[in-house]
Design a protein around this ligand. Structure first.
Ligand code: GUN
Ligand code: ZN
Length: 468
């Protein structure tokens, strides 16, 4: 592949903006050189452009921000078809929407189709890496890894361990769950840019024995990630207290089984007390904060101030399909709004950090992605500051990096993502919205989807009735 030269405004972080104002690095007229999937040089357009061969073409992205691709630290690929479904809260949503959708992933063809669509959608939104939950079926994760591998993506994924409190067709057993996890890890962990995560779905869906085996595996294999849900909604927390009466807290359930450690990623982390927060910070686990999902499901509001004060490692996440947007910009603005509800102001630079370098750092990828440093993998995002008339007008009026990023995260969406580079390869496919209202890679596929759903719409008793 020939070298790629991109000219634009370069933005990345050399550290945590909470620690130092010098952590944000902006080059107004910059040049990035990409070769063989990696950034080989970065800097001011002049003088760096003098090092180009006369025959080398420079892609002019002036007016765009070139930055590291987003890292979504918690999302569910099998929940595509239930994104934006109404419910009376987390447990109701799981029963009504998530579980029935996931049951369809017994069919490998469903898994393969969803994996393609899901990864297209990530790229369309500027997300270059993700930590992804499959279903209980090993074939779901097999399909996701195969598709991510073909695209050269950095992906962490795992099959859900769930041996109780769920529909029969989604239930594994403690032993089968660990065996399937080990098989998948043997096939995919460490292959190219892929990594396996031991994935107990949440404490309520796992027996003691399942958590114990998962914990033993986590201890035996510190190279594997762990991912799960923690303290998301109040009714869930009450339920977990009933199921594990001897545990001090929800966090303590995972901790007592050896599942809280570096490379453990816990989504939500809302209903924690100060002892939990301290223990979480000490364990060096990652809090994957999913504010869009928390607002959508009415789960609660993450306490950013207390989490930062206690030293918890924070990264942002969409939590598709509890979250209703694939866009990490939407996750950032929801985070901002949630913090405001609790009386704090989260700077945009902090939120962009948590969606890029901060996430990379807590996952152990800090020199590989989340940075524009020479030598890093070329996972990049090109944000068009003039993607819409309002965005153009508002960003032109910004007088600081903070003001620019603040406007961008509140006004931007996938229209602002001009291109997404995965390991140096342009990966945002041009997709068309069709008459059916469905976005699809090609019109034949979208027509097929439209036909599949045609005639299925009917009014259900109680639809549209206010349910307090
Ligand atoms: N807790 C257990 N499973 C899930 C899930 O699929 N989504 C969310 N948001 N929370 C969960
Ligand atoms: Zn989740």
């Amino acid at each position: 592949m020939a070298r790629t030269a991109l000219r634009g405004r370069l933005l990345d972080f050399v550290g945590d903006p909470a620690q130092s104002v010098a952590a944000v690095r902006l080059v107004d007229d910059g040049l990035l050189l990409i070769d063989n999937g990696r950034i080989v040089a970065r800097g001011e357009y002049r003088p760096l452009s003098r090092a180009l061969n006369p025959s080398e073409e420079v892609t002019d992205l002036s007016g765009c921000l070139l930055m590291p691709g987003f890292i979504d630290t918690h999302t569910h690929f099998p929940q595509l078809d239930v994104v934006a479904s109404p419910s009376g809260g987390l447990l109701d949503w799981l029963t009504k929407h998530a579980y029935p959708a996931e049951a369809k992933f017994a069919d490998p063809a469903v898994c393969e189709d969803a994996a393609r669509f899901f990864l297209d959608e990530l790229a369309a939104n500027g997300t270059t890496s993700a930590c992804v939950l499959g279903t209980v079926h090993a074939q779901s994760v097999e399909a996701l890894f195969a598709e991510a591998h073909a695209r050269g993506m950095r992906v962490v994924a795992g099959k859900c361990l769930m041996d109780r409190n769920c529909p029969n067709e989604l239930r594994d057993s403690a032993d089968d769950g660990v065996r399937d996890s080990l098989d998948l890890a043997a096939r995919w962990h460490g292959k190219a840019r892929l990594a396996y995560a031991i994935t107990p779905r949440f404490a309520a869906s796992c027996s003691d024995r399942q958590l114990q085996l998962a914990g033993e595996l986590a201890r035996a294999r510190p190279d594997l990630y762990v991912q799960s849900h923690l303290a998301e909604s109040e009714s869930e927390v009450r339920w977990v207290r009933e199921l594990f009466p001897r545990a001090r807290s929800y966090l303590d359930v995972y901790d007592s089984f050896g599942l809280l450690r570096e490379r453990s990623i816990y989504a939500h982390c809302i209903w924690l007390d100060s002892i939990d927060r301290q223990r979480f910070a000490q364990s060096r686990a990652t809090a994957a904060v999913c504010p869009s999902s928390n607002l959508f499901l009415g789960s609660g509001t993450f306490d950013f101030r207390q989490a930062v004060q206690s030293g918890m490692a924070i990264a942002l996440a969409t939590d598709i399909g509890g979250g209703q947007s694939f866009s990490m910009l939407a996750a950032m603005r929801a985070a901002h709004d949630v913090a405001r509800l609790k009386g704090s102001v989260l700077p945009a630079t902090q939120l962009f950090y948590w969606a890029t370098r901060g996430a990379a750092q807590t996952l152990g990828w800090d020199d590989q992605v989340g940075t524009l440093e020479a030598g890093a993998e070329a996972d990049l995002l090109v944000l068009d500051l003039a993607a819409t008339p309002l965005l153009a007008r508002r960003t032109a009026a910004a007088d600081s990096v903070e003001a620019l990023l603040f406007a961008l995260m509140h006004l931007g969406d996938d229209r602002a993502v001009r291109e997404t580079f995965i390991a140096g390869r342009p990966s945002k496919r041009r997709r068309r919205a069709t008459l059916s209202g469905m976005a699809a890679v090609d019109s034949a596929r979208s027509r097929e989807l439209a036909l599949r759903f045609a005639g299925r719409l009917r009014a259900a008793p109680g639809d549209g009735v206010l349910k307090p």
